[in-house]
Ligand binder design. Sequence first.
Ligand code: IMP
Length: 176
Amino acid sequence: MLKTKVVTSKRVSEVVSTLAAEISADLEGRDPVFVCILKGAIYFFAALTQQLTRSVVVDFIQVSSYGATTESSGTVTLVKDITVDIAGKDVYLVEDIVDTGLTLADVVALLRARHPRSVQVVSLLSKPSRRKVEVPLDFVGLEIEDRFVVGFGLDFDEQFRNLPDIWEYAPDREEA
Ligand code: IMP
């Protein structure tokens, strides 16, 4: 069940605008490819990239690690790869939330193997207290406590992604 609103849609918009301004300033002299980690980052990615002050290449990658659970399996499987050549490019990897860091560490390693000039990580949310591996986050929207959240792209068992606000979610007894 949805418990409490953790971040309102208004606050999300403010955070996205701040990040877009910071990243736009960082784009000077770069050859950028923005990579969205599906499916969770899709709403964040769309809102963010539309507010950048110049044209950028966009692409999508999909990995899976969670099922109908609020705990990461720790095993990341590549479901859909990017289609553009990122060799020599400046990659901005866009994630919805960094929890243990395991997903991001794997995706960063996978992309680095294609010899981009740089890889920077952009995440809307971060749960630093849950980290198992250190992954450098270059642009972070908000840090949150150790709570499972849904909405604005984030799901529980594929539900709730389309909610405009971000909510704390607790599985009902029979779902847990
Ligand atoms: P990590 O590998 O543990 O860092 O988990 C990263 C991925 O798990 C994110 O891309 C999300 O898809 C998912 N995830 C982590 N925490 C949450 C949460 O609180 N709500 C929904 N999905 C989450």
